[in-house]
Design a protein around this ligand. Structure first.
Ligand code: KG4
Ligand code: ZN
Length: 382
């Protein structure tokens, strides 16, 4: 089918920008979760999550200590149709009731992104419904709005296995990067440190479990960028320092592992709170004094010590901490459906030639001007 035909087909799928309420299917497949969700969003109202199905690939990747992209892509292909059908059935609707189909179209592992996006395009074409190509990070940025009122603007700390960023969420589609990791993401550092210590995958929860019995003061680990006047992160040096410390121990026992896990977790926690405090100052310069909100999203937000430390920083700086329920913090399709529904109500839809984008920074201007990590042929990461 040629692209010109696809373009003209979309003219029939123009969204009703006066619609009062929209019903949107969201699809997520950018990493190791295959997910689909149906939500109903009234204009200016609270979203209703009619269904949310997730199939996790944790078991598949566990033996390798990390996500294997080729295996992830195949597992998405195996699961995508049944997950979508299940989400539509759970919602008690027919496909024809939908007002739009939203799918993550990046950033992420390209095989998975293509699988979800192609499924969405097939549905959009056959049902003659608008396609909304959603940035996965925009899904995370809006996820707090799934469970509680959270008006713009707010400060967002996104801490997952693939991303660690501080963003000013100014409005729908208007995001300013305040800080970003220059190397590893925080979750990635947790996962790699756990792998080195033989704690298993995914590393974050296992490090947290081990740390409970540990002495966080036993090992002095670096706090990269602490006190600097920007809000960027770096975790590669910290991860290497933890690996060296582990390698220097003779036959480490469970207590040694617990002490290193606790010291590492405390160092990550210190880095996250220090950088977030810096970003709060930057956010206030843009949005003024008075009470503000900090939203935390991404899998690392599950960590109890990190949540508690962020809560303290918020209290000290007149910010209210908003942590979406864990099921919306980690990768899910309800956040993609919500971003799609908000965009659909704003009249923003995409053509069927919308590309899958392995790299897609939310603040493209800042990323082009000053790439925080990785650039070159594929473009800037963040
Ligand atoms: O957001 P997410 O589910 O997936 C993406 O990376 O997009 O985040 C997964 C990451 C993994 O790196 C995992 O180790 C980390 O979040 N994580 C945690 C905890 N639970 C999950 N890190 C620290 N403490 C936890 N309790
Ligand atoms: Zn994510």
């Amino acid at each position: 089918m040629d692209i010109a035909f696809e373009h003209s087909a979309r003219q029939d799928a123009n969204p009703d920008i006066t619609a009062h309420t929209v019903l949107v299917l969201g699809i997520e497949s950018s990493c190791d979760e295959t997910a689909a969700s149906v939500i109903r969003l009234p204009r200016g109202g609270a979203p209703e999550i009619l269904s949310s199905r997730i199939s996790s690939q944790d078991e598949l990747h566990r033996p390798y200590g990390g996500v294997v992209p080729e295996m992830a892509a195949r597992a998405h292909m195996d699961k995508i149709q049944s997950i979508i059908a299940g989400a539509v059935e759970d919602a008690g609707i027919n496909y024809t009731d939908l007002d739009g189909i939203a799918a993550t179209s990046g950033p992420g592992l390209i095989g998975g992104v293509i699988t979800g996006l192609m499924a969405a395009k097939g549905l959009a074409l056959s049902l003659d419904k608008p396609l909304i190509a959603v940035n996965h990070l925009e899904g995370h940025a809006l996820s707090a709005r799934l469970s509680a009122p959270c008006p713009f603007p707010y400060l967002l700390l996104l801490v997952s296995g693939g991303h660690t960023q501080l963003l000013s969420v100014n409005d729908l589609g208007d995001y300013s990067r305040l800080g970003s990791t220059v190397d590893d993401a925080a979750g990635e550092a947790f996962d790699k440190t756990a792998k080195i210590m033989g704690l298993g995958f995914p590393g974050g929860p296992n490090v947290e479990r081990a740390a409970k019995a540990g002495n966080a003061k036993r090992f002095k680990l670096p706090r990269p960028f602490a006190g600097t006047d920007h809000a960027d992160f770096s975790f590669a040096g910290l991860k290497t320092a933890a690996a060296r410390t582990f390698a220097s121990m003779d036959n480490p026992d469970d207590q040694d592992k617990a002490d290193l896990a606790a010291s590492f977790q405390t160092a990550v926690c210190g880095a996250l709170t220090d950088r977030t405090q810096r970003a709060m100052m930057m956010f206030r310069k843009r949005h003024g004094d008075g009470p503000q909100r900090l939203v935390v999203a991404g899998g690392v937000a599950a960590n109890v010590q990190i949540r508690a430390a962020l809560d303290t920083v918020c209290t000290e700086n007149d910010f209210v901490l908003m942590c979406p329920p864990l099921k919306f913090c980690t990768d899910n399709a309800a956040m993609i459906a919500l971003a799609g529904a908000e965009k659909l109500l704003a009249g923003e839809i995409d053509n069927l030639d919308a590309p899958a984008r392995p790299r897609w920074p939310l603040d493209e201007t800042a990323a082009r001007r000053n790439p925080a990590s990785g650039s070159g042929r594929k473009g800037p990461k963040s």
